[in-house]
Design a protein around this ligand. Sequence first.
Ligand code: AMP
Length: 598
Amino acid sequence: MAVDSAISSPLGPPACEKDAKALRFIEEMTRNADPVQERVLSDILTQNSQTEYLRRFKLNGASDRDSFKSKLPVITYEDLQPEIQRIANGDRSAILSAHPISEFLTSSGTSAGERKLMPTIKEELDRRQLLYSLLMPVMNLYVPGLDKGKGLYFLFVKSETRTPGGLLARPVLTSYYKSEHFKTRPYDPYNVYTSPNEAILCPDSFQSMYTQMLRGLQDRHQVLRVGAVFASGLLRAIRFLQLNWRQLSQDIETGTLNQKVTDPSLRECMGKILKPDPELARFVRHECSKESWEGIITRIWPNTKYLDVIVTGAMAQYIPTLDYYSGGLPKACTMYASSECYFGLNLNPMCKPSEVSYTIMPNMAYFEFLPHDPNSAGFTRDSPPKLVDLVDVEIGKEYELVITTYAGLCRYRVGDILRVTGFHNSAPQFHFVRRKNVLLSIDSDKTDEAELQKAVENASRLLREFNTSVVEYTSYADTKTIPGHYVIYWELLVKDAANSPTDDFLKQCCLAMEESMNSVYRQGRVADNSIGPLEIRVVRNGTFEELMDYAISRGASINQYKVPRCVNFTPIMELLDSRVVSTHFSPALPHWTPERRR
Ligand code: AMP
């Protein structure tokens, strides 16, 4: 029942007193966005005034916006690489942050093929936790009764390593799930998960997924929402069910646990929960053995009210498949976050995916916005960019997000392009447009044009033996299969027809390309099984000329025409696919280990 709140919130009415407090906090932050931002900047600059970084730019203890903006440069990860490397190597002096760097968060964004290392400090966990605590109070405004059941969330930890200086390096969610904040969270009826902590924390992705799915099946009537962080993760879970439902129903029938689950803590925890349930086993077999899996999510979990997955940005490509498996359930995109900083939340989470806007919470960091002009050549030291403050962005305009964090990133370009769609009080709301320079993405992998070019070069070197070269190429992220995979279209010049490259050889070219991809791609292939084998489709000679003719017939200028290095426009795909003469898949997994190459 809704609780009457003395200060009625425009976001209300809240579902309970705890929610009322959270909603009041959102109102307070968004009403006072500018003073909050000013205070956040002043806190950060005061806290870090003695750091090597701020001293280098002669801030002399100033904590005001004008000094900050006039003295500190706007930077990218590469600019900070020397400092990051020193911290990684064990230098514990106050380089970027006055507080000790507690660990590195490994971003899915890469630099020179390896995940970027984002320094973080202990107190950032509280800030992340605070943002998480706002999500359900907002969701409860739109979906009543979520305290009457559970959430089936597929959540995973990934491998972690240590830097040469001994600091942990791991993804932000791994850090969060392993924290006491998560592990010993107090009971909250609105946040009950079917997955036990032991399953979420199991580092083996098969064992983790298996037990999480088993628990989800056991609690199928109680499940009110089904989710994963990204859409690709939820589809991977559905694929897992397709591959493993026989064994899962066997376990349900007998009340025993698959021998492949060997993790002792998992066996112990599941041993207490598993009881023979022949009726449920029959039901699972009946549903999963049907030829069509359309609507499988609502068939198995009939009380699901929405899917909780991010389907904005690169994940939008999965919307049709999610709709197919869920019978078109609403898809809630609740938050926008990164390893560098958690940014904000969606105040209208049940809206259509195309209408999702995230409200940046002004207490999370100091935010600036670089007007985004796709035609500009960039900026130089002589013509520094004019950055706009959070409350000064204009509706309809696009900006690149620049952040200054408590952990010591100063005027750091995140690389995300956002468009302003409106305001909640004085806090702007943003549509996530895209991440800069990403050509191909299946899961959290992000491959840019230079990386693809390098991969094609490395693979085509192998072709010399056949006196063959790659004349042109383009690419496509094929998400029709689960997991999705990269498709590279090649037009070849075979100089000696009697000695043209064999299928086996072209398969090796696929693998060579995969070996050249960045570590996030290779981890997706090897450890997470979130990306399928790369495919080369050889097209017949003249195809890329036809592609150009097509583009020109649609108004492209002959002089300025460039071969698109990634395609997804249906007529172009159809043209390319109709010219395919052979297809070849990578025959093996590329190399990947948790250790960084540098
Ligand atoms: P990572 O640093 O690996 O945590 O990745 C963070 C990046 O993921 C962000 O900078 C965005 O590019 C992307 N991302 C995070 N949340 C969202 C979202 N809600 N919608 C679209 N993209 C997102």
